[in-house]
Write a protein that binds this ligand. Structure first.
Ligand code: ADP
Ligand code: MG
Length: 484
């Protein structure tokens, strides 16, 4: 699904590689026992290690390692039995150590892959180069005082996984699908909560353009994109910007850029040419990390059914399309809700009504399925009425709205409002006779060959029955009656 950009000199292909920073779910930080709880008072989750006090020794958090290994296993990656922690040296006020502990040459996780579920149902494989563990930095706070900057070290030393992809995505849609899939995977396995609004998952997008099939172009890196929507916009803007420069005879400077979401554009942050040399070297306070195969195998046993496996199962056992299955498994909670429905009702009907009608309404309410005003049991009640023809699909949509408004069961609403579908042919025939009598001229036209009028009669009969007549029965009976 490469989407090419058409330029004066011919087509251009977009090339994207993503570096995703995912905050690891763990009670304490990567090398200290300080809490990782979000939203605490500034500087209350800080140990001497996080504050960079001289002489403090880092102690590795086993949970953080487990989470990285679990993530690697979930993307089918090679787990490196031996990895090394390095110091990445730089000065910044929110980094009191004067270096970040990260992994450079020997990361904990090697090559893996992520499968993208594209909207047309196709699947695209994107390689993951590596996952390494590193410390997050603190935060500079500018909002408390116009003249001073304050530092909050609560985040300093929290564990991040940096998940680096190969430059194998070729459209903003693919990059968005990659980020969504990665988010689904880490949420399934519980290694990161994927809350992009809180900054628990953010990404740097590397973007370049080239002539189709040609050598890779010079890339720009857009830093700290914190939503799927912004990622999409930033890539589209950036690719166009590069094409315009190249088409007018310019060249791309390799640089770090920022996405300004209010303007929808990227702008220079710093040039990569004068990027600093971090003088990486193995942290002398930490031994290389060696994992036993037993440790890795034990983690493997804890993996749940993953999104791709669940999707496959839904396609095979429930007959869902790749797209519907992909949408439903994206969140574990949606999948659990769906399985409750599919256990008792027509599986395809359940998928259609859930993705087509329920999701739209929940979206409008701004709630996710866990906070849905309609439980799976209640929603199943509506499906049952559709299945046994008590209500038509059209009426069922209204019933669903009433259910959300009132919290009542579907069956109660149908009785109360008299929405039961009319399948009794005698009753329908009576309505048809009335409609034909009121439109004698049209009946004559129809009979003299104006077939198109059939839709008009269906509409009139449905209207007169308050939408309650069974559409299939109306069609059948109308044909008979109109034929004369
Ligand atoms: P750095 O550490 O300087 O950011 P890396 O070599 O680790 O550099 O690459 C970072 C990311 O950039 C990777 O996700 C990779 O896929 C991507 N990348 C590398 N070259 C290109 C390119 N020409 N166009 C787009 N993305 C690229
Ligand atoms: Mg980078």
């Amino acid at each position: 699904m490469a989407n090419l950009i058409r330029g004066n000199s011919g087509d251009w292909e977009i090339v994207i590689g993503l570096e995703v920073h995912a905050q690891v779910t763990a009670q304490s930080k990567l090398f200290s026992g300080a809490s990782t709880q979000f939203g605490n008072e500034p500087n209350t989750n800080v140990s001497f290690i996080d504050a960079g006090m001289p002489g403090m020794l880092p102690v590795i958090n086993e949970m953080a390692i487990e989470q990285a290994v679990r993530t690697g296993l979930a993307i089918g990656a090679k787990i490196n039995r031996k990895s090394v922690f390095d110091r990445k040296n730089y000065f910044y006020p929110d980094l009191p150590q004067g270096y970040q502990i990260s992994q450079f040459l020997d990361p904990i996780v090697g090559k893996g892959e992520v499968l993208l579920d594209m909207p047309d149902g196709s699947i695209k494989k994107v390689g993951v180069t590596r996952i390494h563990l590193e410390q997050d930095a603190g935060k500079s706070l500018h909002e408390y005082n116009p003249k001073h900057t304050y530092i909050d070290l609560n985040r300093a030393g929290v564990t991040l996984m940096e998940i680096v992809s190969e430059p194998e995505m070729s459209s903003a849609d693919e990059a968005a699908a990659y980020l969504k899939k990665l988010r689904a995977i880490v949420r399934y396995i519980g290694s990161c909560d994927g809350d992009m609004e809180k900054g628990n998952m953010r990404c740097d997008a590397n973007v370049s353009v080239r002539k189709p099939g040609g050598a890779l172009g010079t890339r720009c890196e857009i830093k700290n994109v914190n939503s799927v929507r912004f990622l999409h916009k930033a890539i589209e803007f950036e690719a166009m910007r590069q094409v315009e420069i190249l088409e007018s005879g310019g060249k791309i400077d390799q640089e770090t850029r920022l996405f300004d979401s209010s303007k929808g554009e990227t702008r220079t942050m710093r040039s990569k040419e004068d990027a600093m040399d971090y003088r990486y070297f193995p942290d002398p306070d930490l031994l290389p990390l060696e994992l036993t195969q037993d440790f890795i195998d034990a983690i493997k046993k804890t993996l749940p059914e993953l999104p791709d496996q669940k999707k496959q199962r839904y396609m095979e056992t429930f007959g869902l399309s790749a797209y519907d299955a992909g949408v439903i498994v994206a969140e574990q909670e949606n999948a659990a809700y769906y399985e409750k429905l599919a256990a008792k009702h027509d599986a395809k009907l359940a998928a259609n009504w859930m993705t087509g009608e329920l999701f739209g309404r929940l979206n409008k309410l701004g709630v996710d399925i866990e906070n849905s005003p309609i439980s799976a049991e209640k929603f199943g009640g509506l499906l049952a009425l559709i299945e046994d023809n008590t209500v038509s699909g059209k009426i069922a949509k209204d019933v669903l709205d009433f259910m959300i408004e009132s919290g009542k069961d579907a069956a109660a609403i149908v009785e109360e409002k008299g929405l039961r579908q009319v399948t009794d042919s005698g009753a329908i025939e009576k309505v048809i006779t009335e409609v034909m009598a009121a439109n004698a001229d049209k009946v004559a036209e129809y009979r003299s060959g104006k077939d198109k009028l059939f839709g008009f009669f269906v509409g009139q009969v449905m209207k007169m029955s308050g939408g309650k007549a069974n559409p299939a029965a109306v069609n059948e009976l109308l044909k008979k009656k109109l034929a004369g």
